[in-house]
Design a protein around this ligand. Structure first.
Ligand code: ARG
Length: 547
């Protein structure tokens, strides 16, 4: 139910009649009324008439029955007051709808969303946490809205670092460690040898060539690394309650056979320039600090293909084979320029037609208490699994701990950095995961304790009315979150809904109210619980009936 849109549509003809042209009634929520339109004020200059006069004429011409009443206020605002009966009827129909009054989108899109995307043979670190959590929430939301969502986990499983790893693995008998934590140490050891041992470096380079040429034993070693890493990633997704599964893995290696063709086609289209032996694209409008054009390196001087070539091949595949209408990449903000350049080159090459949109969904960093990138005391990057272990041990219930981490990540604007603070995340007051979970569990317990069935909703008290209006805000909140890809808008909505419920429950008796009132209030409780549950589901935050 989108009350704003409904009243917008009712006011628009009245405004058009008064102004003589179509006018956006600009219906917004307001502290002075249920909803308000300030459009008459904006029109005054254009029509050379006092805004109050315009507002009065629009109010007289508008037919808002039976939804709302309109009055002119202040310098020329239209204050809209929604009718109690109408609210009650609307909520009854929302309560009777499995989708809570939110119809599926009328123009479903095929959306390919690239998220999580950690790197092979390295344990996931907190940087991948945000992509995983934000991406999963967006995938849930868009899917729930009715879009055809394809999740892609673009694992970093190809390229030069694997030469050193595979060579070390081939030479070291102990290289088969079963846990990925062991692999991290293994990665470091390989790195040390690569940095200090010239012969090893040469052998590692030969390994890359062997890998790319499809050498049997080398491929076998690589497959072992892939299998072990994927198992570990899936373990993390499971703990996080993330919807990514084995069917979504499509690592960089997927595109290895396409890369030479990508370069050839770009060259043919005149989009490549040689620079220090490398083949580069210089998309228009990208310059470095010194003003020099920025290169997107498609083929490196040693003949190898890197991150950019793989992304171009993946993009082309997503558009032409998967049939994407929208491409989303949930990757940290430092990669903003990389994606802008990839999109520009793909557009120039004709792989990204105007009808397909491509968006980099960037996000800020997780900081430590010192305001710098989150690190362990020893100065290492924080391992994700260690963090999840700590969440388990700190929270009374592991589901609360994981939810707290996820909610803390999703409740702020994704573009911002935030400080990782256990005490704040686990607090049971304020805009936190535990607050929402306790609110939800409390409503479930009211429903369990109360006798009688939820019945038709009647609005008698201001606190009921406030809760009812808040419940109607669910659809607008989802729309507001989906458009700019901002899950925090759902979080803010849920927090406000839970707070509004709290005020309702302080002022209105439920369990020991008169039967008719009790039925109505139980219906409000049940609808609040379902709305919280659905919203938390869309964030990927578990809602427990009992804590
Ligand atoms: N593996 C990359 C990293 O850890 C992220 C990949 C993001 N997706 C992409 N299509 N480039 O930084």
């Amino acid at each position: 139910m989108n009350l704003e849109a409904l009243l917008h549509d009712r006011l628009a003809p009245a405004f058009a009649a008064v102004a003589g042209t179509p006018v956006d009634p600009a219906v917004r929520s307001s502290p002075h009324a249920d909803l308000q339109s300030g459009a008459a004020l904006a029109l005054a200059g254009r029509l050379h008439r006092p805004p109050r006069e315009i507002a009065a004429e629009v109010a007289a011409a508008a037919d808002l029955t039976p939804i709302a009443e309109v009055t002119v206020s202040g310098p020329g605002f239209l204050n809209l007051t929604v009718a109690d009966d109408w609210i009650a009827t609307a909520l009854d129909s929302i309560a009777g709808d499995p989708r809570l009054g939110v119809p599926p989108v009328t123009d479903p899109k095929r959306i390919v969303i690239d998220y999580s995307s950690p790197n092979l043979a390295k344990e996931m670190h907190v940087g991948h946490l945000r992509s995983t959590i934000i991406g999963d929430s967006l995938a849930r939301l868009l899917e729930w809205q009715g879009h055809d969502v394809h999740r892609v986990n673009h694992i970093g499983d190809w390229g030069t670092p694997f030469g050193m790893l595979l060579e070390h693995l081939a030479e070291a008998a102990d290289g088969t460690g079963h846990s990925l934590a062991g692999l991290t140490a293994f990665y470091r050891a390989a790195r040390v040898r690569f940095d200090t041992d010239e012969d090893f470096r040469i052998r590692a380079r030969l390994r890359v060539v062997a890998l790319q040429d499809g050498d049997g034993p080398t491929r076998e070693l690589w497959r072992r690394l892939v299998a072990q890493s994927e198992k570990a990633f899936l373990g993390v997704y499971d703990r996080l309650g993330v919807t990514l599964g084995p069917e979504h893995f499509a690592g960089e290696s997927t595109y290895q056979d396409e890369l030479a063709g990508i370069a050839a086609e770009l060259a043919e289209k005149g989009l490549l320039t040689e620079s220090d032996g490398a083949l580069c694209a210089f998309p228009a409008g990208f310059t470095g600090r010194d003003g020099a054009p920025l290169p997107l390196i498609v083929r490196k001087a040693d003949g190898g293909f890197g991150y950019a070539a793989t992304d171009l091949a993946a993009l082309r595949h997503r558009v032409s084979d998967l049939g994407a209408d929208e491409l989303l990449y949930v990757v940290g903000s430092p990669q903003r320029i990389h994606f802008a350049m990839v999109f520009a080159v793909a557009r120039a090459a004709g792989w990204l037609p105007e009808t397909v949109s491509a968006e980099h969904i960037g996000f800020g960093s997780i900081l430590g208490a010192d305001g710098k990138m989150l690190k362990t005391r020893a100065g290492d990057t924080v391992r994700l699994s260690g963090l999840l272990d700590e969440a388990d041990s700190r929270a009374t219930d592991p589901a609360l701990g994981i939810a707290a981490i996820k909610y803390a990540d999703l409740s702020g604007d994704r573009r911002g950095d935030y400080v990782f603070d256990w005490d704040r995340m686990l607090a049971s007051t304020g805009n936190t995961g535990p607050y929402l979970q306790f609110a939800y569990a409390r409503i479930c317990s009211i429903a369990r304790r109360a006798e009688g069935v939820p019945g038709p909703i009647r609005i008698t008290e201001p606190a009921e009315r406030a809760l009812a209006l808040a419940l109607m805000g669910f659809e607008p909140a989802l729309t507001a979150a989906a458009g700019p890809r901002e899950p925090h808008r759902i979080a803010t909505y849920l927090y406000e809904l839970a707070s509004t419920f709290s005020r309702f429950y302080e002022r209105c008796r439920v369990i020991d109210a008169e039967p008719e009132t009790r039925s109505s209030r139980l219906a409000l409780c049940a609808l609040t619980a379902r709305t919280l549950h659905t919203g938390m589901f869309l964030l990927g935050v578990e809602a427990l009936d009992q804590i």
